[in-house]
Design a protein. Structure first.
Length: 311
């Protein structure tokens, strides 16, 4: 196939819009879509500190690269990359190396938040003790906590996440299937500031995962291809497969799910009810009950360790 914008060979087809693009025009398209999202999600941003969650994978690496290009000519903007080291052997070291390589190339400040140092436990240690608990459940909660803490530590006004179109559409589908409208409203990007949380934005929100990958390869960005060894147990895998099938049969399903979420948030959910309604009695962070999920998992881990010590 030929590119719809020139005579070059196409490298990607876009069934959701009936188009084919070469490498040059795909890169231009990704950059423009990310620019529009940053402009839409940060309509009144006048300057300050932008933190970017950088895992070292393709999505976060592309998000940092695009954010750097968008803000680099603005002297009143400080860009900081944040990487969480959960302590996963055979996986996290390679992604940390890729993250460092990219920040050095771009000249971006890089901060690593260690789960062992900040929470006193690694994901590997927790997996050994919390048998029967899906690792992604507590690892994801702790990672979000560490990102938020690190973002506040560097004085970030905004936290950029590398969520692509597939990621967000899967999350919408999961929350709809569970009838969890409150969590649907709290997911990024955040139209309003939620108490205790650095606002999240997602510049890759309209870009499919495949196109993010191609962009990263075309731009020669350093990123790690590895998959977390615990990812296979995640419930998200089911929704990912369902969404792939829906998108193949009905191109545009992913975009429609994002529009559904936006309409629900505007029409049904009250903005003042979007954030977590209370504070955790243990740590003071936002919580939907008397205890946040991060502290609940830490308490579960402590109880397990105490039970083993008694036996």
């Amino acid at each position: 196939m030929r590119c719809d914008a020139c005579e070059s060979d196409a490298v990607v087809d876009q069934p959701y819009r009936g188009a084919h693009l070469c490498g040059v025009h795909l890169a231009d398209s990704v950059t423009e879509r990310a620019r529009r999202e940053l402009h839409r999600q940060l309509p009144r941003f006048r300057g300050g500190t932008i933190a970017v969650a950088l895992s070292g994978g393709k999505d976060s690496s592309v998000a940092l690269h695009l954010a750097h290009g968008y803000f680099r000519r603005r002297p009143n903007v400080r860009l900081v990359a944040l990487t969480v080291d959960e302590g996963i052997r055979g996986y996290r070291p390679a992604t940390l190396e890729a993250a460092r390589a990219l920040t050095e190339r771009l000249g971006v400040e890089h901060v690593v938040a260690s789960s062992k140092e900040r929470l006193g436990v690694t994901t590997d240690e927790a997996v050994r003790e919390l048998r029967g608990t899906v690792p992604c459940s507590f690892c994801g909660v702790w990672r979000r906590r560490l990102l938020n803490d690190a973002a506040r530590d560097v004085g970030a006004d905004v936290l950029v996440l590398g969520f692509n179109l597939d990621d967000l559409a899967q999350t919408v589908l999961m929350n709809l299937a569970r009838a969890d409208l409150e969590r649907l409203a709290r997911m990024a990007p955040h139209p309003t500031r939620q108490p205790g949380l650095v606002p999240r934005v997602a510049p890759l929100a309209t870009i499919p995962e495949r196109e993010v990958y191609l962009y990263a390869r075309l731009e020669g960005l350093p990123f790690d291809h590895g998959e977390c060894p615990y990812a296979g147990a995640a419930a998200r895998n089911v929704y990912r497969e369902v969404l792939w099938r829906l998108e193949e049969a009905f191109p545009g399903t992913r975009h429609a799910l994002l529009r559904t979420r936006e309409r629900l948030v505007r029409s049904i959910l009250l903005e003042d009810a979007v954030g977590a309604p209370g504070r955790c009695e243990s740590c003071g962070e936002p919580a939907t009950g008397s205890e946040c999920r991060a502290c609940a998992f830490r308490r579960q881990l402590q109880n397990t360790l105490m039970g083993e010590a008694r036996s």
